[in-house]
Design a binder for this molecule. Structure first.
Ligand SMILES: [Mn+2]
Length: 355
C-alpha cells in the first residue's frame, strides 16, 4: 500500500469510516498512480481497483501490489463492490458526495441496499493540499515549459494576428517544449475582450494600441501550471497603462506578504485594497487558488478562506482589472510556499512588454 493510501486510511479512521469508494480520477491517480477509468475501494484490509477489460493490465502496471477486479455486463461494478463489502462484513460505505450524480446515487441505493451510504468527500482533497517534493518538481517543470513558451511567443506575436492564431501557436509551442497536454483551455483576449476574465479566443484581430491577456499553463506529470501575462502592441493609452501598473502593484504587494503562517484571506484583501482604490469593483474574482493535479484546488486566496498558508501549498496570485468597453489586464504567477517564504515557479518578466 502506498504512503498516500496509508495517509487516507489514517484520515478515514479518524472520521470513523471503514470503507470508502473513490471515484474521482485525480484522487485515484493521487492515491495509486492508476490513470484509467474505474473506481477504488479503500479499507483497512487494502485497496482494490475495480475496472473493465480495457484497463485491467494498465491498472496492474501502474498500481503494482493492488488487487484489480474486473467488472463487466455479467458482473456489474456495483455488485462487485457489494460483494467486497459483504465479505468484509461492512454496513457502511463512504462516498465522494461531490462526484456522484443523482442518477448514480439512486442506482447505488438500489444495488447496495442494506449498506448505509455516507458522505466523505474531501478526505483525499485534504491530503492533496500539501504537495510533496516530487509533486512540486512536476509543477515547477510545467511552469518552466509555460515560461519558455511565453518567451518564444514574444518573438512571434504581432499586430494582424487573431486571438485564435495566437492561442494555437502558444498551445503548439508548449507541446513542442515537452508539455504532455494543456492544464486548461488557453485564454487569449485582446482589446475590449480583455474585460472578459475567461474570454474565448476568437477572430478578433490584434491591433496596435491594444493589450493582450494570455492565461495558460502546461501539463507535466499530471500536474498543472497556471500563468497569465498581459502584453501591449505598439503605443497604448495612458488609461491602459494605468490599468497595467495598478494590477502589477497589487500583484507584487500580495507576493510580498506571502509565506508560511499568513492567512489566505489577508493576501486577497491586500491586492483588493490596492485595486479598489483606483478601480472600485473592477477586480471581481478571487486573488488565487491552489494548483496541483487539478487546476483549481485548495487553499483559496479569497475573502472566505481563513486557513494559514503552509509549506507545500502551491497557489496562484492573479489580480486583474476588467473594464467593459475599455479592456483589461491580469498578471498571474504560481508560487510554492516554503519554510521561509515562497518560491515563484513563474520567472517570466512582468514589466509591461510592448510588441
Ligand atoms: Mn489561475
Amino acid at each position: 500500500m502506498t504512503e498516500r493510501l496509508e495517509a487516507l486510511l489514517a484520515a478515514m479512521k479518524q472520521a470513523e469510516l471503514g470503507h470508502m469508494l473513490i471515484q474521482k480520477p485525480k484522487n485515484i491517480r493521487y492515491l495509486t498512480g492508476y490513470t484509467g477509468e474505474g473506481c477504488l475501494l479503500v479499507s483497512g484490509t487494502g485497496a482494490v481497483i475495480l475496472t473493465d477489460f480495457r484497463y485491467v493490465e494498465q491498472a496492474s502496471i501502474q498500481a503494482p501490489g493492488l488487487q484489480v477486479i474486473r467488472y463487466d455486463a455479467a458482473h456489474p461494478r456495483l455488485s462487485e463492490i457489494r460483494q467486497q463489502l459483504v465479505s468484509a462484513g461492512a454496513h457502511k460505505l463512504a462516498v465522494e458526495e461531490d462526484a456522484v450524480t443523482v442518477d448514480a446515487y439512486r442506482e447505488m441505493l438500489r444495488a447496495l441496499s442494506g449498506i448505509e451510504l455516507t458522505a466523505a468527500g474531501g478526505l483525499t482533497e485534504r491530503l492533496r493540499i500539501v504537495k510533496g517534493e516530487e509533486e512540486i518538481e512536476c509543477i515547477a517543470r510545467a511552469c518552466r515549459i509555460s515560461c519558455q513558451a511565453f518567451e518564444k511567443m514574444l518573438g512571434v506575436m504581432k499586430p494582424g494576428m487573431t486571438e485564435r492564431e495566437i492561442q494555437l501557436e502558444l498551445d503548439y509551442t508548449m507541446l513542442r517544449l515537452g508539455a504532455e497536454g494543456l492544464a486548461f483551455d488557453t485564454i487569449a483576449a485582446a482589446g475590449v475582450n480583455g474585460s472578459l476574465p475567461h474570454a474565448i479566443p476568437g477572430n478578433h484581430v490584434v491591433k496596435e494600441g491594444e493589450m493582450l491577456t494570455l492565461d495558460f499553463g502546461a501539463l507535466y506529470g499530471g500536474y498543472c501550471a497556471d500563468m497569465t501575462r498581459t502584453v501591449a502592441f505598439g503605443r497604448i493609452s495612458d488609461e491602459l497603462k494605468n490599468i497595467y501598473d495598478t494590477v502589477l502593484e497589487a500583484q507584487l504587494a500580495s507576493l510580498d506578504m506571502i509565506g508560511p503562517g499568513v492567512v489566505c484571506s489577508q493576501v486577497d484583501r491586500c491586492a483588493r485594497e490596492i485595486i479598489d482604490k483606483v478601480y472600485p469593483g473592477a477586480f471581481g474574482h478571487s486573488l488565487g487558488h491552489g494548483v496541483g493535479l487539478d487546476i483549481h484546488e485548495q487553499p483559496g486566496l479569497n475573502g472566505r478562506d481563513q486557513r494559514e498558508l503552509t509549506p507545500g501549498h502551491i497557489v496562484t496570485v492573479e489580480p486583474g482589472v476588467y473594464l467593459p468597453g475599455v479592456g483589461g489586464c491580469r498578471i498571474e504567477d504560481t508560487v510554492a510556499i516554503t519554510g521561509s517564504g515562497y518560491r515563484n515557479l513563474i520567472d517570466a518578466p512582468k514589466e509591461l512588454i510592448c510588441l
